[in-house]
Design a binder for this molecule. Structure first.
Ligand code: GCV
Length: 897
């Protein structure tokens, strides 16, 4: 079926709130929906809820609902808080569990009319209920006879954005800040309001707007009124604005000679500052603190603890209801690499576990999901289990800093699910208040609410009520005693295990001014998934992927099937061609965190070591012979990781140093797995392109082309990763690939082996990021250069891949000529994250279906631009694939050129 005519161009700006028109049959399902929407009460949030209902119905059903306030005079959609509903319809019995931001969708009689009721304990809950109803309609679910109660899993569901006041975003990959520009809050905050609406639609209720590497100026007297404008833009959507601060601010701009948290002058300074903030922003959410970390100042300057610093600010915020998010990302980045006992992974636990119980109850310790730093795979941070008397929140990264920077597809919900479902097996947790013990169908004892029951039944989780799972990392579930209480990470951070007053989920989003918010049109699935899982971590990754795909691309079954399966495979793919076996991403950790740079993590103080040498690879973190990190876990988990035989393959190199010949559970050696995984991953990345191409004409051209371009780029860059990592390990281990692939590229013609006109040969650093460690570059002063080669193979149809470097210091141009005929030309004007000729900038251009005959001259011309050198790595020739093969009979007369 060709749907092309119906598909209009979309920029992605509407994200999952497109409210695209339903087909006639679909719309008919909602014909009984009332024609009016009545709001009980008057508030900004209720106004948003009402207007959103009207907007959604108009978009999807083509109907403009009548709006009314307080009086129900006909069948209506009724929006209101439980309190208002009790007055308007006293006979309706609302569910007693409804509290916080929860909502209830139901049908009932109000004033003698049958109404669809959307009620919340608060007005924010009402707004969330409206979004839930509209999402149902967009996904074709029933909207009649509803009786749905939804309660968020935790009170804190926040995003952080790492925006600098100058408008740049640290680890942002989608343009400049939507909040700041040139040291000020932007005049036009339309996008900030749109962002808050998106956030509200997935239940996110707070947003810290500036970089955790905070500029003290954010607290300057003349800046606070500007911040208040952002809070104004957020308020209609129930998103509380927060900021990140630098602890040294009282000294840097506050006129004090100290920022010692125990100095009364410093304490008073914060008290006054916080009062000033609340005068301007009465619903201010709180303050995020990054201190004693990566060069930020902190309480250690004065020999004080994080608890001293956090409590000082918390006490200023307390009377106003504000929270402090103190980040546990505190570590020494000058560790001595030569000391085998040193281990950055231990830092958070070592720093915060001894302080458990010393933090005020409006302090939340914000903890990255793993002990290092948002790597593609890490074990769960043990500190989650190590804080019994302290609030905590998990920090997840929506922006793909270490996972392809939104140039690679990497849907993170499957990873987050594994983390959130991971049972840390906390020893002797207190019995939960109100816990019920039930006997399940198999006689298995089920503790807690149905939410906890789902923990062991989640479709992403290979357990069953009979055999709950401790860990699914590596696909090797470890069963546990059916009597034990489950203490998964999601319950720990939500405060359910230790009965904490607050806690929850924080996602680092870093959206930008790009129309589609995150750069890659499919990357928004991560923002959506974060919100949905923060609301309900018992949802499966597949359910979230399906919801997002339907809302973003419509309900064509082929589209749903294809995109959802691409999303669900993408994390594992990215892992397999970057850093498998728990080794880390092997990226350039001191620079962009993007392309390969295998050795960059070694021999420096940053502690992201993999300790590969000629014999073996991996960090020994055991208590017996290594750094002792495993001891930070509760005993049952520690035992699993301490033992080489029970450590899942996926985390093997995180916990153990093994010889390259160590035999994995998968039945192959570590080195062969490194090779195979990279080849399979790169192959999988090519497959993503093929999968996407099956959607041509099933989605609008604009988003189709935008995604295709990213996937084609990813397929090429996956090969850069594959070759860099495999060649590096071949060199260091000296063990060849059993399948003969690594180091052998029969179809490859190195640029330095071509006839060069103006180009000169250079060594690339690190060498593994270019084929044979060399490339050719054209001097910036030259007009153009050329690399020439004479084809000597059999006549036929060929696909030609040109590997070139797209430096961000200019936009070089390239063209390819076969016997003087131009067959392709392009500009290397992408904004990849480097000006260097290396694995960040190495890019592949595929030219499909060229007819070549022996003796043909293939000429690649490069035109440098400013600092970009039109550099080339190699060219590869493959017999043509696809339809071209079918016509390969006579290339001389059917040439594509
Ligand atoms: C905001 C990583 C990132 C930094 C980031 C830091 C953090 O190290 O590379 O850019 O700083 O984490 O989370 O504080």
């Amino acid at each position: 079926m060709l749907l092309h005519g119906m598909l209009h161009a979309e920029t992605g700006a509407e994200a999952w709130l497109r409210y695209a028109p339903l087909g006639e049959t679909e719309a008919a399902k909602y014909s009984s929906l009332p024609a009016s929407v009545v709001v009980l009460g008057d508030s900004l949030l209720l106004h948003s809820a009402q207007q959103e209902t009207i907007r959604g119905a108009r978009g999807m059903l083509g109907r403009t609902l009548r709006e009314a306030t307080d009086q129900v005079r006909e069948e209506s959609i009724v929006l209101g808080s439980i309190a208002a509903l009790n007055t308007a319809a006293p006979v309706l019995k609302h569910p007693p569990e409804l509290r916080g931001d929860g909502f209830w969708l139901t049908t009932g009689n109000v004033n003698g009319f049958t109404c669809l009721i959307i009620a919340g304990a608060t007005d924010r809950g009402v707004l969330y209920g409206v979004f839930a109803l509209l999402s149902r309609i967009a996904r074709g679910e029933s909207a009649v006879q509803l009786d749905d109660l939804e309660q968020p899993y935790a009170p804190v569901r926040w995003v952080d954005d790492w925006d600098n006041l100058n408008g740049r975003i640290e680890r942002g990959y989608a343009g400049r800040s939507i909040f700041f520009d040139g040291g000020k809050v932007r005049d036009d905050l339309t996008r900030a309001g749109d962002y808050a609406r998106l956030l509200a639609s997935i239940g996110i209720n707070g947003c810290a707007v500036n970089n955790v590497n905070a500029d003290p100026k954010v607290l300057a007297d003349d800046f606070l009124p500007q911040l208040a404008r952002i809070a104004d833009a957020f308020r209609p959507w129930g998103v509380q604005m927060a900021i990140s601060v630098d602890l040294s601010t009282p000294k840097v701009i506050g006129g004090l000679d100290t920022f010692d948290p125990l100095d009364p002058r410093v304490r008073d300074w914060w008290l006054k500052k916080v009062e000033d903030i609340y005068k301007l922003i009465p619903d201010f959410g709180g303050i995020v603190v990054k201190a004693d970390s990566e060069g930020r100042s902190g309480p250690s300057t004065y020999g004080r603890t994080p608890a001293d610093a956090a409590n000082m600010i918390a006490r200023a915020l307390k009377p106003h209801g504000g929270l402090v998010f103190y980040r546990a990302f505190v570590y020494n980045h000058h560790l001595d690499w030569l000391n085998p006992k040193n281990d950055r992974a231990k830092a958070a636990y070592d720093n915060f576990h001894p302080l458990d119980g010393q933090f005020d109850d409006n302090v939340i310790i914000q903890i990255k999901y793993g002990p290092i730093d948002f790597q593609v795979r890490e074990p769960v941070q043990p500190l989650f289990a190590g804080l019994r008397n302290t609030n905590e929140a998990i920090e997840l990264q929506i922006t793909q800093e270490y996972t392809g920077q939104q140039r690679h597809l990497c849907f993170l919900a499957p990873m987050w699910k594994e983390v959130l479902d991971f049972d840390l097996q906390v020893e002797n947790p207190p019995r939960r208040h109100g816990d019920t013990e039930k006997i399940g169908p198999s006689g298995h004892r089920i503790i807690g609410s149905s939410a906890q029951l789902l923990t062991s039944r989640s479709p992403d989780h290979p357990g069953s009520p009979d055999r709950p799972v401790l860990a699914s990392w590596g696909g090797h579930p470890i069963t546990r005693s059916p009597d034990a209480l489950l203490t998964p990470v999601k319950d720990l951070v939500a405060g359910k295990v230790f009965h904490r007053p607050t806690g929850g989920f924080v996602g680092v989003a870093n959206v930008g001014l790009d129309a589609n918010w995150l750069g890659h049109p499919l990357a928004m699935a991560n923002l959506y998934a974060f919100g949905r899982l923060a609301w309900n971590p018992n949802l499966s990754a597949r359910a979230v992927a399906d919801e997002w795909t339907q809302l973003t691309f419509g309900r064509d079954p082929l589209v749903l099937r294809t995109i959802s399966s691409m999303l669900l495979s993408s994390w594992h793919l990215y892992e397999s061609y970057t850093g498998p076996l728990g080794i880390g991403t092997l990226t350039d950790i001191t620079g962009s965190h993007y392309g390969p740079g295998v050795e960059s993590s070694e021999r420096n103080g940053w502690g992201q070591w993999h300790r590969a040498d000629h014999q073996g690879v991996g960090m020994d973190r055991t208590q017996a012979t290594g750094t002792g990190y495993t001891a930070q876990y509760p005993e049952a988990v520690a035992r699993v990781y301490e033992n080489l035989a029970t450590t899942p393959d996926d985390l093997l190199l995180f916990f153990h140093h093994v010889p390259y010949t160590y035999m994995l559970r998968a039945g192959k050696t570590v080195i062969q797995q490194i090779y195979d995984s990279h080849y399979e991953g790169a192959q999988g990345a090519q497959q993503l392109v093929v999968q996407w191409e099956s959607l041509k004409n099933h989605i609008d051209d604009e988003r189709y082309e935008a995604v295709l371009a990213r996937l084609e780029y990813q397929a090429g860059h996956a090969i850069v990763w594959r070759d860099a990592v495999c060649n590096w390990f071949l060199r260091i281990s000296g063990i060849p690939d059993a399948k003969g692939r690594v180091g052998h590229y029969p179809n490859r013609i190195e640029a330095e082996a071509m006839q060069l006109q103006g180009y000169s040969v250079i060594d690339v650093a690190p060498p593994e990021t270019a084929s044979e460690g060399k490339a050719v570059e054209c001097s910036a002063t030259a007009q153009n250069c050329a690399a020439v080669f004479h084809f000597q193979e059999k006549a036929g149809w060929y696909d030609v891949d040109v590997q070139y470097f797209d430096q961000n210091s200019g936009a070089s141009k390239f063209r390819i000529l076969v016997d003087n005929q131009v067959v392709d030309e392009w500009s290397a004007g992408d904004a990849l994250p480097s000006a260097k000729i290396n694995g960040d900038t190495s890019t592949r251009r595929e030219i499909r279906g060229l007819a070549l005959r022996p003796g043909d001259e293939i000429r690649i011309e490069g035109f440098p631009d400013r600092g970009a050198h039109a550099a080339l790595d190699y060219m590869e020739l493959h017999p043509a694939s696809g339809y071209v093969q079918a016509t390969a009979g006579n290339p001389g007369s059917h040439g594509h050129r």
